[in-house]
Design a protein around this ligand. Structure first.
Ligand SMILES: Cc1cc2nc3c(=O)[nH]c(=O)nc-3n(C[C@H](O)[C@H](O)[C@H](O)COP(=O)(O)O)c2cc1C
Ligand SMILES: O=C(O)C(=O)c1ccccc1
Length: 395
């Protein structure tokens, strides 16, 4: 697939025709094409604990989706759109598409192949990935499955500074080319479904591959995790989140890596300015898919003011609520350089493993390509505020 150059000048059309031609042979897509149907099917397939874990705060998730609905694309005609340019450059890294896989932890509760299936699908579609610290497979194994696909490592800043430094060193050695520090999860939010189900995957040892394989983590234990998993899990729960973290400590990380550092979970323009002050290389505007603060603003509603505050000094990425190609267009038009896709690829993973992730990615990219062309654009670089109208302004 990669050699076939998945993002051809007519990617969307090629994908459409592939599906329609299969239809002539009596085959229909096995995976639901609409994200809403995909979610329904995945949720029905998963165990209640796993689908409960995927959920977030209903009102914040709804806000994320509604914010996209308030912005609408104004298509332009006859501007020559036979060739489309979807690639972009961020921090001197070439992204084939303005889309990355969001870091999502503990994928073993979704599918036995977990992050390996996702990494293979990222490779076959040439979509960059961001690996969670809390992955079910080690960052080294995932790197191998991802081959030469662009990859970044997401860091949960633990209470053990040596462990943080070790994670960063391992990521550097395994070809991860940026460190994404997640700021919005210094504690886990009040997650009603998980609490109702009395379910936290880590306590069952899920999602701890990077910890259990880490020399610094292992040194802190009297017995290796294989011998005494209960104590290892307890040590993990003691250290893995660090609510004492403050801006000043970001300089520690700066000293420990030459990789670009990108802060994930920014929602206020003053925090974006603070990131610039601290010499950070990029930010991700995100409300964590509505999983942390019930009643928080939609991530998309936070984007314009942050774009203004950052004033092009560092790249801005966006996530929380991306479901279709048109959502990508809207986030880019509002000033993001690229977006992260979260739950939709996990729904694909739940239903069809690697193939499911691949199909979800092929579909959203085909949709993006066609929607871009039909809106009158031959390059994502042409998207700007004039692409959109805000039909229902915020109260
Ligand atoms: C099940 C689940 C686990 C997640 N785990 C992580 C994680 O380990 N690290 C992180 O930075 N973000 C994590 N996120 C947040 C995503 O990276 C992303 O911000 C969010 O899913 C985007 O919203 P969307 O799902 O609406 O696309 C997780 C999200 C979900 C749904
Ligand atoms: O569940 C999450 O949203 C999340 O970000 C997380 C936090 C700790 C470990 C794994 C995932």
């Amino acid at each position: 697939m990669k050699d076939e150059q998945p993002i051809s000048p007519a990617y969307g059309l090629t994908r459409q025709m592939q599906v329609y031609l299969q239809g002539l042979q009596g085959q229909r897509p096995s995976l639901p094409v609409s994200p809403e149907a995909l979610e329904r099917q995945a949720v029905a397939r998963l165990k209640p604990e796993a689908s409960g874990y995927l959920a977030g705060m209903d009102d914040t998730m709804r806000s994320n989706l509604e914010a996209f609905h308030r912005w609408q694309i104004v298509p332009r005609m006859l501007r020559g759109v036979s060739q489309r340019q979807l690639s972009t450059t961020i921090l001197q890294m070439q992204l084939p598409v303005p889309l990355l896989l969001a870091p999502i932890g503990v994928q073993s509760i979704i599918h036995p192949e977990a992050e390996l299936a996702v990494a293979r699908a990222a490779h076959s579609t040439n979509v960059p990935l961001i690996l969670s610290t809390a992955s079910s497979r080690s960052l080294e194994e995932v790197a191998q499955a991802a081959g030469d696909t662009l990859r970044w490592f997401q860091l949960y800043w633990s209470k053990n500074p040596d462990l943080n430094a070790s994670f960063v060193r391992r990521a550097e050695q395994s070809g991860y080319s940026a460190i994404v520090v997640t700021l919005d999860t210094l504690l886990l939010g009040w997650r009603e479904q998980d609490i109702q189900n009395a379910y936290l995957p880590f306590l069952l040892g899920e999602g701890l591959a990077n910890y259990f394989s880490d020399p610094v983590f292992r040194q802190a234990l009297a017995q290796p995790p294989e011998k005494d998993p209960a104590t290892a899990v307890r040590y993990f729960t003691d250290i893995f989140l660090n609510p004492a973290l403050t801006w000043e400590q970001l300089s520690f990380l700066r000293q420990h890596t030459s990789l670009p550092i990108i802060l994930k979970g920014i929602l206020h323009p003053d925090d974006a300015r603070k990131a610039l002050e601290m010499g950070m290389d990029g930010i991700i505007v995100s409300n964590h898919g509505g999983r942390q603060v019930a009643g928080s603003l939609a991530a998309l509603d936070a984007l314009p003011a942050i774009v203004e505050a950052v004033n092009k000094q560092v790249p801005i990425l966006f996530d929380s609520g991306i479901r279709r190609g048109s959502d990508i267009i809207k986030a880019l038009a509002l000033g993001a350089q690229a977006v992260l896709l979260g739950r939709p690829y996990i729904w694909g993973l739940a239903l069809e493993g690697e193939q499911g992730v691949q199909t979800v990615l092929e579909n959203i990219l085909a949709d993006l390509d066609l929607s871009l062309a039909l809106s009158g654009y031959s390059s994502i670089a042409q998207l700007d505020a004039s692409t959109l109208v805000n039909t229902r302004p915020v109260r």
